[in-house]
Design a protein around this ligand. Structure first.
Ligand code: AMP
Ligand code: ZN
Length: 116
């Protein structure tokens, strides 16, 4: 467990294997898991391993790390079954619906997303 982990954070616990998850991908920077309460046919979460409270906690270096995570979507999308199209959402703050205060990117896919 690194200093950047928060022992009370549900996503840090998932990253550390203390809470089970359906982990579809992992590298040194992030994991991709299936959301436990899906809001689309396919609902995944891309979670950086570093504990950032939200998108406004990033600085120049860490934003670059997040960019590298996002770049992976190109090669991963066929593996994840989302190459037909997907939507990314980042909630920031309670009033935007953020409930887990460890930065994560929602990946929604599987159809039915047009018209938002
Ligand atoms: P947000 O509302 O943007 O903070 O998103 C948090 C997301 O995490 C929600 O869509 C939850 O369904 C999801 N979530 C919470 N706990 C877990 C868990 N243990 N495993 C997988 N997804 C989770
Ligand atoms: Zn965390």
């Amino acid at each position: 467990m690194t200093d950047s982990h928060d022992k009370n954070c549900v996503f840090c616990k998932i990253i550390d294997g203390l809470i089970p998850s359906e982990r579809l991908y992992e590298d040194d920077k992030m994991i991709i898991i299936r959301d436990i309460q899906p809001k689309a046919k396919i609902h995944l979460l891309m979670i950086p391993k570093e504990h950032y409270k939200d998108i406004t906690s990033l600085d120049q270096r860490t934003a670059e790390d997040l960019g590298l995570c996002l770049l992976k979507l190109k090669e991963l999308s066929p593996v994840l079954g989302i190459d037909g199209g997907f939507r990314l959402i980042i909630n920031r703050g309670e009033r935007a619906g953020q409930t887990v205060f460890h930065l994560h990117i929602h990946i929604l896919a599987g159809g039915g997303l047009i018209g938002f």
